[in-house]
Ligand binder design. Structure first.
Ligand code: OSB
Ligand code: MG
Length: 371
């Protein structure tokens, strides 16, 4: 099929509550939605770049720039028979996996719709409900955090991730562990520590955590390996893994024992599957992370999480954990800690065009129309 039109739009989408991590916070998301058109069919996806460059160098604005100036011109008018073709067409652009991923992912939706397959089926997953977890941002007080965690556990979530940073770590996590002795808990530092903090981090070993996510710098596999040698708790890498090559290197070096796969961070679904396959062959568990996606991005995450190597609940929570009203129908729901991947073709949920239009602050379409 020939990609004959592409649309990119930015929506401003307020979170129900501010989400704070060690490197900053998010309150009103600026999300890019892309739409590919080919053979009378359409494919949607979402770019996970954030508003600021605290998690990745990519932002909403860099992604727009890279899409508009380099990626879309390379894809527009091209013959594409499978999503891997999209990856190849974009490979000459160095880095910018988040910008690339949304085009590749939109081609999965397109392909699913054309073939009448759900995303989960198209990528070889099960289509069965999967256990999911929730990522809880930094709170004003430990009491408030304990209360929030209690609510999420009562709602059935199968894993609770706590954001930590220096000054808000061991004592805070101990308070949560004290209140919920049996809860499946983990922590995520978003690179807030250095190897000099190794003794502090080792205190976490007594708290029965599933893992410590990304304690050190995004570009430091070496020191993660040094840290892992001194920790009993498994390290899970997020920011450090942008490709299957990164994953292979991290596993060779012993930088982690678990990998968080976010399709938007690693360049798309194809790359996510390669990381999954590599980890599965080596017996390394993976799980699907989240980037505060709208329902469009969430559909990809839940489909991916049905692959057999995803043995740990992902950060894939119900729409209403994030939004007053999601932009897809039906919204994503969690029952007893389980989420069911949509069974319809492609992403399997319907983007609410009227609602999306109301949230849109800019839109551009290719081929560009002459004024
Ligand atoms: O590190 O996993 C992270 C959100 C934004 C940026 C980075 C991260 C997160 C989350 C949220 O933890 C996960 C979710 O989407 O629920
Ligand atoms: Mg993380």
């Amino acid at each position: 099929m020939r990609i004959d039109a592409i649309e990119v739009r930015e929506i401003r989408f307020p979170l129900r509550e501010r989400f704070e991590i060690s490197s900053g916070y998010s309150e009103k998301r600026r999300i890019l939605l892309v739409r590919l058109h080919a053979d009378g069919e359409t494919g949607w996806a979402e770019c996970v770049a954030g508003e600021d460059p605290g998690y990745s160098y990519e932002t909403t604005d860099t992604a727009w720039h890279i899409l508009a100036e380099f990626l879309i011109p390379a894809l527009l008018g091209a013959e594409v028979t499978e999503p891997a073709d999209v990856e190849r067409l974009l490979a000459h652009v160095r880095g910018h996996p988040m910008a690339k991923a949304c085009l590749e992912m939109a081609s999965w939706d397109l392909e699913g719709r054309k073939r009448g397959l759900s995303l989960a089926e198209a990528l070889g997953g099960s289509g069965e409900p999967v256990p999911v977890g929730v990522s809880v941002g930094l709170q004003k007080s430990d009491d408030l955090l304990v209360e929030k965690v209690g609510e999420f556990l009562a709602a059935g979530y199968r894993k609770i991730k706590l954001k930590i940073k220096p000054g808000r770590d061991v004592e805070m996590v101990r308070a949560v562990r004290g209140a919920f002795p049996e809860a499946p808990l983990m922590v995520d530092a978003n690179s807030a520590y250095t190897l000099a903090d190794r003794e502090r981090l080792a205190e976490m070993d007594d708290l029965d955590l599933l893992m410590i996510e990304q304690p050190l710098a995004h570009d430091d596999l070496h020191r993660h390996a040094r840290l892992q040698e001194t920790l009993q708790t498994p390290i899970c890498l997020d920011e450090s893994i942008r490709s299957a090559g990164d994953a292979e290197l991290a596993l060779e070096l012993g930088s982690c024992r678990i990998i968080n796969i976010k399709p938007g961070r690693v360049g798309g679904i194809g790359s996510s599957r390669r990381i999954h396959d590599l980890c599965r062959a080596r017996g390394v568990p993976v799980w699907c992370g989240g980037m505060l996606e709208s329902g469009v991005g969430r559909a990809f995450n839940i489909a991916l999480a049905t692959l057999p190597g995803f043995t740990i609940p992902g950060d894939i929570s119900a729409s209403r954990r994030y939004w007053e009203r999601d932009i897809v129908d039906p919204e994503f729901e969690v029952f007893d800690g389980m989420m069911t991947p949509p069974a319809g073709p492609g992403i399997g949920v319907t983007p609410d065009q009227r609602r999306i239009d109301r949230l849109t602050v800019r839109v551009e379409r290719w081929p560009r129309m002459r004024a």
